[in-house]
Structure formats: structure tokens, C-alpha cells
Design a protein around this ligand. Sequence first.
Ligand SMILES: Cc1cc2nc3c(=O)[nH]c(=O)nc-3n(C[C@H](O)[C@H](O)[C@H](O)COP(=O)(O)O)c2cc1C
Length: 187
Amino acid sequence: MVYTREALTQERRLASLLCRPRPPASDPVDPERFRSVLGRFATGVVALTARGGGEGPCGLAANSFTSVSLDPPLVAFCVAYSSTSWPRLRAAKVITVNMLAEHQRAVCVQMATRGGDKFAGLTWRDSPAGNPVLDGALAWIDCRVEAEHPAGDHVIVVARVLQLDTHADGGPLVFYNRSYGSFDPIS
Ligand SMILES: Cc1cc2nc3c(=O)[nH]c(=O)nc-3n(C[C@H](O)[C@H](O)[C@H](O)COP(=O)(O)O)c2cc1C
């Protein structure tokens, strides 16, 4: 069989179409699909803490934390506009990032629970900025908000690192597929 150039192009186009993953019939980015796909990306978890203007400490759990820049030293995290703790954290001059350890799942859940005293039963010492560094956290970072970028229902917060140090020894708390786990190095 002799193919004309047009027929060949048409055939290739058809083949590429057939090999492509099929688009889902409904909304390709519905919230459930978004959560289930993004849940396949493993992260650590931090507790953001601060002293909330005479009202005692405030905080929230976040897995959107990441390092950004070495020079200048910047980190970032995303906060939902619906957070009731963020306005208090934001109002503090300095926020402290606590990197949670694998045995701190209950601390994470407590920090993620709206209302009540998020620090009940927890022990900590003060960071140089005077914010809670939770006992058992692997490391802490004192940082000051440098920029805020609106991003849909969240704000991307970029913060400048002021001071930081390691704290307790141990493995990290890992968040994956809506579950908690620990880190198992591949030998
Ligand atoms: C594992 C985990 C990770 C979370 N990561 C974030 C995050 O990155 N950004 C965010 O805004 N909320 C995150 N949350 C939810 C907040 O911790 C929680 O909704 C918030 O603290 C609610 O309380 P608030 O109203 O006192 O802020 C996370 C919750 C969990 C359990």
C-alpha cells in the first residue's frame, strides 16, 4: 500500500491520539482527583508557632513548607485563607517553624485542630525570638514574613530565616496519601 504524505500525517495523528491517556468524562481537576493525585507526593510536617500578643501561643500544622533560597536565606509555606490561627501568627513579628518528628503525630493533629488550646499538654522552650520550640521537634527556624503571594484559596508566604538550629534527634514525621508514616532509608 502506498501512503500519501497527508494519509501518513493523518495516521500519525490518530496513533498519537489513541496512545494518549483518555481525559476523564467529568471535570478533570475535581477536588477529589486533585487531593488523590497530590496525595502521592510525600512531605514532612511542620508546626508554625508564635506568641500571639498576650493571648498565649498560637500555631498550626503545615505540610506545604519548603526551603526557597540560600542567599538570602528564605523559606516558604502556604496558608489557607480560612485559617483562624494565621492572622495571629502573621501579627507576630517572628514565626517559628518546628520540624515534627515521627513520634509527634498527635502534636500534628492537635496543631491542625481548630479552636481550643492547641498547646495543651505540650512542653516547649523558647526560641531566640521567644516562640515555642516544641520538645521533640527535630529542628526549628525563626523567620520573618518577607512576602505574601495570593494563590487561589491559599496565600504563599515567603519568610526570611533569622536563626535556626537542630533540636531533638530522630526521624521525620512523613505525610503521604492522607496518612502519617516514618522515613525508611533505601540502603
Ligand atoms: C498534615 C497536615 C498538613 C497541613 N498543612 C497545611 C498547610 O500547609 N497549610 C494550611 O493552611 N493548612 C494546613 N493544614 C491544616 C491546618 O493545620 C488547620 O486547618 C488549621 O490549623 C485549622 O486551624 P486554625 O483555624 O486554627 O488555623 C494541615 C493539616 C494537617 C493535618
